[in-house]
Design a protein. Structure first.
Length: 611
């Protein structure tokens, strides 16, 4: 597809990455500051030029401020998505969004029970209270930990947060406080700054993202195993192809429904098409593949390539991870890029604003726009690659427990007996700094070969699926122990747990395992990796995992090397307090090795000789 792009005269992310070389060294090290207009300032990493900004800020201050601003942006993105979900949920109860409903009452009741809400009532009453508690977590003004974190995080973890004074008090407030503290002349202490970064990240993982996942399950169903397929080959030449790209299922769910509407299918046929294909991309794709088996066209680095097939009649986007280049690529073909959120408009795109109150009508309007664009295809430019891969997805915590026969015990037993040596979470993006999908796939393969059960989310999931790792037969690539477990349970060795907000499913699973064993999450043979991360959301995710006791390996270097103090804090000192820490390795092999070593040492500590 990259070659097709070249011959069609399309510029891609890889071309622009080349053009950016060499990238700014100060930026890479995190050493430039433009937080006020006495600057911009930069610190000389070689100690020959300036060692302080105009205001006197040191490398440690500048690196920390820059890093936690990334965390703030990531936490804000996730949590704003969570808020939107909670607001639609509240409107269901108020009868304002006829297109949405409470689909999974059992899930709502389980959330309510955790929150201490009386479930012995009409479901609407329960829903009202749960919605209220969630929205309060975004706006309350006291200093108590947010209700969702309090209800979901293990007691021992919460104690650590209290001791460090990093328990999130309000999801939005922690983000705002980062912006305040990093304003010129406020917080200059690297440790203090990074603690606030942790607090905001915890507000994301145990707050905003968690609310996003839980309420999406209630409204659209908790995922269960379902077969589907992934890669650009899911597009079909003779059908209207609609790609839904971005993050919120509130939109993509409705697009899926509208495309199944008889009236729309007839309209498509009247234009000469055989039907309508909806395919996902990035995390909103993960949402609909997890719940309905809707195929996924690709992950982050494939968004431009999808349009390059010449067969995408509309690319419908909401927000996050949408490259502004899409409209330039679309100009070379007939594709309509349709923006739907007032928060995310692209110059050159058609804007059809989505409103949950009129969801069905607007979704149909979007599908209709795609259908009407079908006859505009340029035949000579169509080229859909054949590649697509099948697999089983849909592993929520609930469905994993079901697959295990109703409790975690068989998994715990397999871990104790050593059939499964440990669990790894692989998450995150693509990044043109590394070969597309290579880190994701190779790390996963090495881990399963060593009897590590792999779970993951986001663009990792799509990479793993394209490589066949979600097929039950992929168990053949696993070590003998893991292979036997997979065959017995009829599951693949790598489990798709959802979109990036659904990393909270991993937090919940790890907490449940720790509680069942009566230990802290940090004592478990568990490790995480983000081999190809690029987004600020990934910074927040990595931070909340580390602050929840999980050893996390990054495959691309965050902009912190300008300060030894910050590097030491994140890769060494933090372990003493939270039990988790960061590491950075560039090759998949080394990333997997670090994870394997960590898991082996935790097994030994936990199980003694049996480890
Ligand atoms: O939230 S993994 S490139 S799509 S940021 Fe984006 Fe990264 Fe993909 Fe989803 Ni997550
Ligand atoms: Fe320079 Fe300090 Fe202003 Fe940053 S805050 S731009 S280091 S003077």
């Amino acid at each position: 597809m990259k070659e097709k792009a070249k011959s069609d005269g399309v510029e891609t992310v890889w071309d622009r990455f080349e053009e950016q070389q060499p990238q700014c060294g100060f930026g890479q090290l995190g050493l430039c500051c433009r937080n006020c207009n006495m600057g911009p300032c930069r610190i000389d990493p070689f100690g020959e030029g300036p060692s302080k900004g105009v205001c006197g800020a040191t490398a440690g201050t500048i690196v920390s401020r820059n890093l936690i601003r990334m965390t703030a942006a990531g936490a804000a993105a996730h949590s704003d998505h969570g808020r939107e979900t909670a607001l639609v949920f509240k409107e269901i109860v108020e009868g304002e969004v006829p297109g949405y409903e409470i689909k999974d009452e059992a899930k709502l009741n389980s959330i309510a029970s955790r929150l201490g809400v009386n479930t012995d009532r009409e479901i609407e009453e329960v829903a009202k209270d749960v919605a209220e508690i969630a929205l309060e977590d975004f706006g309350k003004q006291d200093d108590e930990v947010i209700s969702f974190a309090n209800a979901y995080a293990p007691e021992s973890l919460q104690q650590v947060w209290q001791e460090l004074d990093v328990a999130p008090r309000n999801i939005d407030r922690e983000v705002v406080e980062i912006m305040h503290r990093t304003h010129m002349g406020v917080d200059a202490d690297p440790l203090n700054l990074n603690l606030q970064g942790i607090r905001a990240a915890l507000g994301d993982g145990w707050g905003g993202s968690l609310i996003g996942t839980e309420f999406s399950d209630v409204m659209f169903g908790t995922p269960e195993p379902v077969e589907s397929s992934a890669n650009l080959g899911v597009l079909e030449e003779n059908k209207v192809n609609v790609i839904t790209h971005g993050h919120v299922p509130i939109l993509s769910e409705k697009i899926v429904e509208a495309a199944e509407d008889e009236e729309m299918i007839e309209l498509a046929k009247s234009k000469g098409a055989d039907g309508i294909v909806v395919a996902g991309m990035c995390c909103t794709g993960n949402e609909i593949i997890m719940r309905h088996g809707i195929p996924t066209a690709g992950n982050f680095l494939q968004q431009e390539l999808a349009i390059t097939t010449g067969a995408v009649d509309a690319m419908v986007v909401d927000y996050q991870c949408i490259m502004p280049s899409l409209t330039d690529v679309a100009d070379c073909y007939h594709t309509k890029v349709i923006t739907t959120s007032e928060k995310a408009k692209l110059p050159g795109a058609e804007h059809i604003e989505f409103d949950p109150a009129k969801a069905d009508k607007i979704a149909k309007q979007i599908i209709k726009t795609a259908i009407e664009n079908y006859p505009a295809r340029k035949e000579e430019k169509i080229g859909i690659p054949e590649e697509k891969m099948d697999g089983v997805v849909g592993f929520s915590v609930e469905s994993i427990v079901d697959a295990l026969g109703g409790s975690l015990d068989p998994l715990l037993e397999a871990i104790k007996e050593g059939q499964i040596k440990g669990i790894a979470g692989i998450v995150g993006c693509n990044n043109p700094k590394v070969e597309h999908d290579e880190g994701h796939v190779e790390v996963a393969k090495k881990l399963i070969a060593n009897d590590i059960l792999v779970v993951g989310t986001g663009c990792w999931s799509i990479a793993a699926m394209k490589d066949g790792l979600f097929k039950p037969e992929a168990a053949e690539l696993a070590g003998d122990g893991l292979q036997a477990v997979c065959e017995q349970l009829e599951i693949p060795p790598c489990l798709h747990m959802g979109s990036c907000v659904d990393n909270t499913r991993i937090l919940v699973a790890v907490s449940a395992i720790a509680e069942a064993l009566g230990v802290e999450p940090s004592q478990l043979p568990v490790a995480g990796a983000a081999p190809e991360w690029m987004s600020e959301k990934a910074v927040s995710i990595g931070t909340y995992f580390v602050a929840s006791g999980i050893f996390t390996v990054l495959g691309t270097t965050p902009p912190v090397l300008g300060s030894n103090e910050v590097v030491k804090l994140l890769t060494e000192d933090i372990e003493e307090v939270t039990g988790g820490k960061f590491a950075v390795e560039s090759t998949p092999n080394e990333i997997a090795d670090l994870m394997l070593d960590h898991i082996a040492s935790k097994r030994k500590e936990l199980l003694g000789e049996r480890g």
